[in-house]
Write a protein that binds this ligand. Structure first.
Ligand code: ADP
Ligand code: ADP
Ligand code: ZN
Length: 215
């Protein structure tokens, strides 16, 4: 099973991907996470991507498609892939077709998380993650059970992304509208797009996605 989670920044792609990984043993392929790791490691890709990401603009199609190909090659052939934050442009969507075909994989579903843009700034500015295991949280919508302690691993260290500020979010939303939303018709024409109400509670969104995958 190979699926794309599609939606603007803050739609809940990462949150739902983490749950699918836990529940179904699929792999989350987040180009954002891969790029942040490259920035942290100071690789040539990271050096190129850093300023672009800080502005909230898109990193080049070649870079992100190469990262996706490498990640797929590191996975077992029967491990399902959840594409989170990729593809984001028509060129990336075309590249993904080739990347999947070369590896004998098929795209099963494109799950569009449908959200109200007005909610996204609050979601993004309240977002934080465990510095140890990467589990995602929100100041208001998904708090740790014990204040200051990660539910999953017990760590007391958390981090926030430098690009999760209101100004950058506006640029990221504009990039989504201009470059990413237009790829939906490509998948729509193949009959593989399913919309999920991303404004529902996190657990309800998970249930809706599970019922799509069960079909
Ligand atoms: P994305 O990966 O699409 O950018 P995230 O999954 O990181 O989005 O979600 C952004 C923030 O909003 C996180 O802090 C997350 O806890 C919170 N969040 C995710 N889904 C929901 C939801 N359905 N309702 C309320 N808050 C949510
Ligand atoms: P979010 O889910 O909140 O939109 P991501 O973690 O997916 O954020 O992406 C963070 C940043 O990394 C983006 O603003 C962009 O600069 C870069 N990025 C991530 N994925 C891609 C991609 N597929 N194509 C181009 N740039 C990307
Ligand atoms: Zn943790």
């Amino acid at each position: 099973m190979n699926i794309i989670l599609l939606g603007p920044p803050g739609a809940g792609k990462g949150t739902q991907a983490q749950r699918l990984v836990e529940a179904r043993g699929m792999r989350q392929l987040s180009t954002g996470d891969m790029l942040r790791a490259a920035v942290k490691a100071g690789t040539p890709t990271g050096l190129q991507a850093k300023a672009v990401m800080e502005r909230g603009e898109l990193v080049s199609d070649e870079i992100v498609s190469a990262l996706i190909g490498e990640e797929l090659d590191s996975m077992g052939a029967d491990t399902g892939a959840i594409f989170d934050g990729y593809p984001r442009t028509a060129a990336q969507a075309a590249a993904l077709d080739g990347i999947l075909a070369q590896r004998g994989r098929n795209l099963d579903h494109v799950i569009e998380l449908d959200v109200n843009e007005d909610a996204l700034v609050e979601r993004i500015t309240g977002r934080f993650t465990c510095a140890n295991c990467g589990k995602g949280y929100h100041d208001k919508f998904e708090q740790t059970k014990v204040p200051g302690v990660c539910d999953k691993c017990g760590s007391t260290e958390f981090k926030r992304r430098p690009d999760d500020n209101e100004e950058t979010v506006r640029t990221r939303m504009a990039e989504y509208r201009a470059k990413t939303a237009p790829i939906l018709p490509i998948y729509d024409a193949r009959g593989i797009v399913v919309q999920v109400d991303g404004m529902a509670d996190i657990d309800l969104v998970t249930k809706a996605i599970e019922s799509i995958l069960a079909n």
